[in-house]
Design a protein around this ligand. Structure first.
Ligand code: ZN
Length: 222
């Protein structure tokens, strides 16, 4: 592919002029990529029990991708890393105490879905698009770089909420096809009843609990 000298010069100028912005983007990607290692080094983790490993395998989650995290009373689970091959799912021991092994496997399957469906790179893409759009905008309106960034902020926030909510439903769908909707719906119901999961309202990056549970149960019955 032929790239003209002026184009290369302009691209180099954009890279060097906006190096702080690109540095933030690179640091964000590096932090996401190294998160599994960082969590493993900074927290006590252990492998799932034999029963949990069997339940995970039955749910289509490679057991060696899952670590139990000793985090006191914290009840939660999360995916770390950019892909299922190098990423990890962390499930707190307190969450395992709240739910039965089938429900834990369903929650881990939802989190593994975030890795398998590449949701972390997708979510990182939103601020990256913002950075690129900001730089492009300053080429069109060079006299007001701050206003260009400000104008892009609202659509970026909306886009990040839409992306976050879509990835939650998509991970639920991933878990539903592997474990059935009932196990994850039950897990969410138990966690909500115990006050560990709360609805964040209209502006939350998470979809409503009722909406998630309704989808899981509705599709389960079809
Ligand atoms: Zn999720």
């Amino acid at each position: 592919m032929f790239v003209s000298q002026p184009t290369l010069t302009a691209a180099a100028a954009l890279l060097t002029t906006w190096w702080e912005l690109w540095l933030v983007v690179v640091c964000g990607v590096a932090a996401a990529a190294t998160a599994p290692l960082v969590v493993s080094y900074t927290h006590r983790t252990r492998a799932p029990t034999a029963t949990q490993r069997r339940r995970l395998a039955a749910a289509g989650v490679p057991p060696d991708r899952v670590r139990l995290l000793a985090a006191g009373d914290a009840v939660g689970a999360f995916a770390a890393g950019l892909s299922p091959r190098v990423g990890r799912v962390f499930v707190t021991t307190a969450l395992c105490a709240e739910l039965d092994d089938t429900e834990v496997a369903a929650v881990a399957c939802h989190e593994y879905g975030h890795l398998a469906r590449r949701h972390v790179p997708l979510r990182l893409g939103v601020p990256t698009v913002f950075a690129a759009a900001w730089v492009a905008g300053t080429q069109v309106v060079p006299q007001s770089p701050f206003l260009v960034g400000l104008a892009l902020l609202v659509p970026t926030i909306v886009l990040s909420v839409v992306a976050a909510r879509w990835t939650e439903f998509d991970a639920d769908g991933f878990a539903r096809t592997r474990t059935g909707g009932e196990a994850l719906a039950n897990a969410l119901g138990h966690l909500a009843a115990a006050g560990h999961v709360v609805d964040g309202g209209r502006l939350s990056r998470h979809p409503s609990l009722d909406g998630r549970i309704g989808r899981l149960r509705r599709d389960h019955g079809e």
